[in-house]
Write a protein of this length. Structure first.
Length: 429
């Protein structure tokens, strides 16, 4: 009989946990962000990718240490509360929840852009496609469909294979001239490219739930994080470099992976990339909304029996905000770049809270990493511009709310689930 954890689930192997980490870090944002970065900074966008990968590695060290020391005590909310107090933990939880709701229309816009590319139409047709995708994922959430680990990893494996194929297959079309001028928009362009690119590096908080799924966290977690960091770094850098080297002046488009696939194998490559983008959009959005629903359920006033209030609240909020946000992009009032900045700022504020808490909780190298990360991530948050106001509004409102009291039927020690960690905690039941 195979060994099982206390909750009845089998323990994760190091390879399985690394695969889940990669799934948490990679997603539809990777299909859009190389183009946004190239549009803002040109070939120098590669410097931004390198710098942010270093920062991502330091954040990984911090979350690895927090996961090893605190386990799954509330995920990002528990980590923050352990170092900064209960109100700060509640603010971190609400910022994550708001980031998921604000990020859903962004992910659907990515899928819509790839659908428009497949049809050969202009970018305006991406708006109705994005609205259809948003309605579809919200309907799936209402039905309550939950996907297992193996099924969730399938689209991620497809993405990894497509990125490798696009980078290697398009390599013969690269041109040295596409790297000049290296700084077409100066260092100001490099600075503008940094905040939205951090949207590609959320996911390290998945350590919160993975820690409890490992047989020997102290031995396995460091190796899991190392494998995930190396794999995601190579994929990000490869795609970013190919976007500049192959696409050149056209590198700032909304569908860089599709353009690279077209360069590799013709029009059929673009259609293949579009299909993968749509699958990734549905899978990733469903996963994050599912995690957000559980987090919302934990934040709502307790009842003796659990219900689906969290799902209803998340679906209603996402529908009320997501549709109008997509429409604003369609009208030209907002750009995709600006919309990406909102969930980026919210997710980064969670990182600020966790790294600040880590400074007080940890010691040694992880504490040093937290000391470097906290001000660096804070600078990126401030660099997003006006979305900082949204972060402040969510955090202040959440901190002012009364503490949630456990329901009479809840067992002692009930933990607040972490929506971000839920991305890596689906089992195959």
């Amino acid at each position: 009989m195979s060994e099982k954890l206390t909750d009845g689930r089998p323990p994760l192997s190091t390879a399985g946990a690394a695969a889940l980490y990669i799934g948490a870090l990679l997603g539809p944002s990777l299909l859009l962000l190389p183009g946004l970065a190239a549009r803002a900074a040109g070939p120098a966008s590669l410097l931004v990718w390198l710098a942010l990968l270093v920062l991502s590695g330091l954040i990984a060290v911090v979350f690895c240490a927090l996961g090893t020391r605190l386990g799954s005590t509330g995920g990002v909310a528990g980590y923050t509360a352990a170092g900064l107090g209960e109100r700060a933990g509640r603010a971190a939880a609400w910022c994550f929840l708001a980031g998921v709701v604000a990020g859903a229309p962004v992910v659907c816009l990515i899928g819509g852009s790839y659908a428009a590319a497949a049809l050969g139409t202009d970018e305006s047709s991406a708006i109705p496609a994005a609205l259809v995708l948003l309605a579809l994922v919200l309907a799936v959430r209402l039905v309550g469909v939950r996907t297992g680990v193996k099924l969730q990893m399938a689209p991620v494996a497809v993405l990894m294979a497509l990125v490798l194929f696009a980078v290697l297959g398009s390599a013969p079309h690269s041109r040295a001239a596409n790297w000049t001028p290296f700084l077409p928009y100066g260092w100001a362009g490099v600075a503008r490219a940094a905040p939205p690119l951090m949207f590609a590096f959320v996911g390290w908080e998945a350590a919160a739930s993975l820690t409890t799924r490992l047989r020997d966290p102290r031995r396995q977690l460091r190796l899991v994080v190392l494998i995930a960091f190396v794999v995601t770094s190579l994929l990000c850098l490869g795609l970013a470099a190919a976007t500049v080297a192959v696409l050149g002046p056209g590198a700032g488009g909304a569908v860089p992976l599709a353009d690279l696939m077209r360069a590799a194998i013709g029009d059929s490559g673009r259609i293949l990339a579009v299909g993968a983008a749509l699958v990734l959009t549905l899978a990733a959005t469903n996963t994050y909304l599912t995690g957000a629903a559980e987090l919302a359920e934990a934040l709502l006033p307790p009842t003796p029996t659990p219900g689906r209030r969290g799902s209803y609240a998340v679906v209603a909020t996402t529908a009320l905000t997501g549709g109008p946000l997509i429409a604003l992009v369609g009208s030209g009032t907002l750009t995709t770049d600006q919309l990406v900045a909102v969930p980026t700022a919210l997710f980064l504020s969670v990182y600020v809270a966790c790294t600040a808490a880590a400074v007080r909780i940890l010691d040694g190298l992880p504490r040093l990493a937290a000391l470097v990360c906290c001000p660096a991530v804070l600078a990126l948050v401030l660099g997003t511009g006006w979305p900082v106001l949204a972060v402040a509004a969510v955090a202040v409102t959440a901190a002012a709310l009364p503490a949630r009291r456990p329901a009479p039927t809840e067992p002692a020690g009930h933990e607040l689930p972490d929506g971000a960690a839920h991305l890596a905690s689906h089992d195959s039941r």
